[in-house]
Design a protein around this ligand. Structure first.
Ligand SMILES: [Zn+2]
Length: 248
C-alpha cells in the first residue's frame, strides 16, 4: 500500500492530465479534474465522455459571479443550530425538500431569523446534486432588470436565465431600499419570472423574503398566490423568531 491516490481515470488521461490546468477549485473524484472520462466502445475504441462535474463547475462559476460561494461556506445544514423545536422542524423541512426536489422552498421572516442560512443550505445541496442553480439578490437584480426594460435583448439576457434555470434562489424578494415599497415594475418583473417557473413544475424555486404570506398577497395577489400554492409543504415562517445574530 502506498499513500499515492489511485488514479480515477484511464491511461490517456493520466498521460495528459499533468499538462492540463486545474479546471477550478472543485475537486472531482470521478474524472480527476480532467472534465472527461475515458470510455471504450465494444470494439475497443477509446472515446471521451463529458464528466457530470461539468455542470457543477458551471454552477460554481455562476456562484462565483453571484457571490454565493462565500455564503455556502457560512450557511450549511451541518452548522444550523437546532436548539429549539422550531429549528429542528425547519431543518427537517429543508432536508425533506432536498430529498424530494419538488415544488418551491419558501422562508419568510425578519432579518437575522435564519431564512437565508437555510435557503442557502438548500440551494447548495441542490447544486451538489448537479442542478443548474442561480442565485439572485432581489435588491441587486431588480434595479438592473428594470433599467433594461426598454432594451429588449439586454433585458432578456438578464431575465431569461432566471426563468430557465433548474434551481432559482431569490434572496430577499421585494426587499427595497430604505423606506421604499415594491412598485408595479417590481411586481411585473417578479410575476414574469415566477409565473414562468410556476407553469413548469420541474423547476425548483427557493425564495426568502421579509414579507409574510399575507403581505405578499397584499403586494400582488397573482405573485403571492403562486408562491403560496407552489410552496405547499415547504413553507417556513420565521416571523417572531429570535434574531440569531443577536444571540451569537
Ligand atoms: Zn469530473
Amino acid at each position: 500500500m502506498t499513500n499515492q491516490q489511485e488514479p480515477v481515470n484511464g491511461i490517456y488521461t493520466q498521460i495528459f492530465n499533468p499538462l492540463r490546468k486545474p479546471l477550478s477549485a472543485y475537486n472531482c473524484p470521478v474524472c480527476g479534474n480532467v472534465g472527461f472520462i475515458e470510455k471504450y466502445s465494444p470494439t475497443g475504441e477509446m472515446y471521451m465522455q463529458e464528466c457530470s462535474c461539468k455542470s457543477i463547475r458551471k454552477n460554481l462559476r455562476m456562484l462565483d459571479r453571484s457571490g454565493l460561494r462565500e455564503m455556502i461556506k457560512l450557511y450549511r445544514l451541518d452548522n444550523w443550530q437546532s436548539v429549539d423545536e422550531w429549528q429542528h422542524t425547519a431543518k427537517a423541512l429543508a432536508e425533506n425538500y432536498i430529498a424530494k426536489q419538488n415544488g418551491w422552498f419558501v422562508a419568510v421572516g425578519a432579518k437575522g431569523s435564519g431564512k437565508t442560512h437555510l435557503c442557502t443550505a438548500v440551494a447548495s445541496s441542490l447544486l451538489a446534486h448537479g442542478h443548474d442553480t442561480l442565485y439572485v439578490l432581489w435588491r441587486n437584480f431588480a434595479p438592473r432588470a428594470k433599467a433594461a426594460v426598454n432594451n429588449c435583448d439586454f433585458y432578456n439576457s438578464i431575465v431569461s436565465p432566471l426563468t430557465k434555470v433548474s434551481v432559482l434562489y431569490v434572496d430577499d424578494l421585494f426587499k427595497m431600499g430604505k423606506g421604499e415599497q415594491p412598485t408595479v415594475a417590481d411586481v411585473n418583473l417578479a410575476f414574469e419570472i415566477l409565473n414562468e417557473r410556476y407553469l413548469d413544475p420541474t423547476k425548483l424555486t427557493i425564495i426568502s423574503t421579509e414579507f409574510n404570506f399575507s403581505e405578499l398577497l397584499n403586494i400582488d395577489e397573482a405573485v403571492g398566490s403562486r408562491i403560496y400554492e407552489r410552496s405547499k409543504g415547504y413553507r417556513l415562517d420565521f416571523t417572531g423568531k429570535p434574531n440569531w445574530r443577536l444571540r451569537e
